[in-house]
Design a protein around this ligand. Structure first.
Ligand SMILES: [Cu+2]
Length: 175
């Protein structure tokens, strides 16, 4: 029993010594690491310093990319829209000539943009009228080389005839 107790005590003491040595070594190692780290730290700071700056440079880059994208988009949109609109609006209104000749409208069908003006000219030595079936407009009888002018301010299909000669017809489509 005494031998076993002594062995246990010896083992415990040895373990305690070993633990103490480990602690001492660990603390020394920590001190060594702590002593060593300060020396690399300045070099690390120098290395991390420049590496931090690129990080700052990286962060503005996305902002720069974002600033470039919005600037590009608005520039494209205004350029495209004005180009389409002016080309469409000037073509919107125009003056078109229609003849009443040989007891017939010429042409017999006509497509015109909204707000266009049509000038009807009588080329017969017989009086004609320009009369809309729906009553939107109606001319008086007018003779050779006389004209009747009407501006189409509403879109739609206009069927027009001559009152004395109902077979004279023209269809005008206003878009
Ligand atoms: Cu007529």
């Amino acid at each position: 029993m005494m031998n076993k107790r002594n062995t246990v005590i010896t083992l415990c003491a040895a373990a305690a010594i070993i633990i103490a040595l480990i602690i001492i070594f660990a603390s020394v190692a920590d001190k060594d690491l702590a002593d060593r780290t300060p020396t690399p730290e300045p070099t690390m700071i120098e290395t991390t310093g420049p590496s931090v700056e690129p990080l700052d440079e990286v962060t503005p880059r996305p902002t720069a990319m974002a600033t470039v994208k919005p600037t590009a988009k608005p520039t494209k949109k205004p350029t495209a829209r004005p180009t389409v609109k002016p080309s469409a609006s000037p073509a919107a209104s125009k003056n078109v000539s229609v003849k009443l000749e040989n007891f017939a409208f010429s042409p017999k069908t006509l497509n015109i943009p909204l707000n266009s003006t049509v000038i009807f000219t009588n080329k017969d030595d017989v009086d004609h009228t320009v009369t809309n079936v729906d009553g939107a407009f109606k001319s008086e009888l007018f003779g050779l080389n006389e004209t009747f002018t009407y501006k189409f301010t509403k879109a739609g299909t206009y069927i027009i005839y001559c009152e004395p000669h109902e077979f004279m017809k023209i269809t005008i489509i206003v878009e």
